[in-house]
Design a protein around this ligand. Structure first.
Ligand SMILES: *Cc1c(COP(=O)(O)O)cnc(C)c1O
Length: 408
């Protein structure tokens, strides 16, 4: 096994953002100029040492990087197999990995001279991360959120408002994330000259999947260096949950050339793989186009997007980021799922054994670790990405676990 520095960006999309047959730029003509402008500015910023230095200073001083790689000794003993390390993205400012990307994108928006920021949000974590960096930058900020999600995530709605953002309720359709993305795209088309759209995951039209991935690569770069320092070898297995796919691709990407490192993305299995009761795109999904990208998604025989379900709002989306679709087909990454009840069990197990309350999204990755660690040998190593902390999920988890209705 090689223990040298990772090769730079081993898998790049083509000029129009294709990862193999996936990705691309499926947007209205009016957005093409903005996407091309963003792509060009991103390429310049990536090579600009001043931009990179400022980004890294803020990641360190404001966001709280680097995050620890923590050896979960008691959880390892309890599961009785592979040694489990946790990458602690839950310790970041605002409580999840999303701020890595929100910070990078707002710095780009400032370079482009944009004065207004918009974003979509499901559970509210990306909305909070965006409102946070917008407050710091002194830019106007509008967050689109489904009305149903606003009711479920009242705490995050209040946080966004404290941070000075306007939260706009979206009532169309299911009134959740997909409709919020549609509304954000409509706003962007109308106000594109002075507005930047901070998309929250490794999804959408080029350059978003590549750019969002690059802003999260810091997760994998740190983890790779940290495990080499601690164990003097690379891990056997990486595990991360996959909504749009940003925390997973951020962890996986710097290990893609390390042939002996397996990687598993864990999707939301909901109530089990029954149509409309899960969000596991690689279980029963098909090829289609949604909100800017060609990828694996959940649709019916007429190509209509299906309803999805997951206990965790951050994983509850009908399509998966195009680079994951490509890694799946290449066989470089594998994709599994955890059900709602498996995720809840992992949520409690980690909380009680390690004193770490994980986000329900991250609990899907932890649930997979609970399944595979006992079958691995004691000298093998797993890294699980704990993408966020569970504070936002406390009321929901209390309802499900204690049948208690907490009022916050
Ligand atoms: C949003 C979110 C996710 C899912 O998004 P990805 O882009 O797939 O990473 C996972 N974990 C947490 C804590 C989130 O907030």
């Amino acid at each position: 096994m090689t223990a040298t520095a990772p090769a730079p960006l081993p898998i790049m999309p083509d000029q129009h953002g294709h990862f193999g047959p996936y990705g691309g730029m499926f947007v209205p003509e009016t957005l093409m100029a903005a996407l091309n402008e963003l792509t060009d500015e991103y390429e310049r910023a990536k090579r600009d040492p001043l931009f990179q230095a400022e980004l890294h200073r803020l990641l360190r001083e404001y966001v709280g990087r680097e995050t620890p790689l923590y050896f979960a000794e008691r959880w390892t003993e309890k599961l009785g197999g592979a040694r489990i390390y946790l990458k602690r993205e839950d310790l970041l400012h605002t409580g999840a990995h999303k701020i890595n990307n929100a910070l990078g994108q707002i710095m780009l928006a400032q370079r482009l001279g944009k004065t207004r920021i918009i974003a979509e949000t499901g559970a509210g974590q990306h909305g909070v991360a965006t409102a946070t960096v917008a407050a710091r930058a002194g830019l106007e900020c509008v967050i689109y959120m489904g009305k149903v999600d606003m009711e479920r995530q009242a705490l995050n709605v209040a946080r966004m408002r404290f941070l000075g953002a306007e939260v706009r309720a979206v009532t169309a359709g299911q009134a959740t994330l997909k409709e919020a993305v549609n509304e954000a795209m409509r706003d962007w088309v109308t106000h594109v000259r002075h507005t930047h759209y901070i998309l929250g995951t490794a999804y959408g039209a080029h350059p978003y999947p590549m750019m969002v991935r690059d802003f999260h690569r810091v997760i994998g770069l740190e983890a790779r260096r940290q495990i080499l320092e601690r164990e003097e070898r690379l891990p056997d297995l990486l595990i991360a949950c996959v909504g749009g796919g940003s925390n997973a691709i951020g962890l996986f990407h710097p290990f893609l050339n390390d042939a002996n490192v397996r990687m598993v993305g864990v999707e939301a299995g909901g109530d089990g793989i029954i149509p409309e009761r899960h969000a596991a795109r690689f279980q029963g999904g098909r090829l289609g186009v949604l909100q800017g990208a060609k990828t694996w998604l959940l649709a019916d025989d007429d190509g209509q997007i299906q309803l999805t379900h997951s206990v965790s709002a951050g994983l509850d989306y009908a399509a998966v980021g195009p680079e994951h679709a490509w890694l799946h087909d290449l066989g470089r990454a594998e994709y599994s799922y955890a059900t709602d009840s498996e995720a809840l069990e992992a949520f409690q197990s980690l909380s009680r054994t390690e004193g770490i309350i994980p986000a329900l999204e991250s609990s899907h990755a932890l649930a997979h670790a609970m399944k595979v660690a006992p079958q691995m040998s004691k000298d093998q190593i797993i890294i699980v990405n704990v993408s966020g902390r569970g504070d936002k999920d406390v009321a929901q988890a209390a309802r499900m676990i204690f049948q208690e209705d907490l009022k916050f």
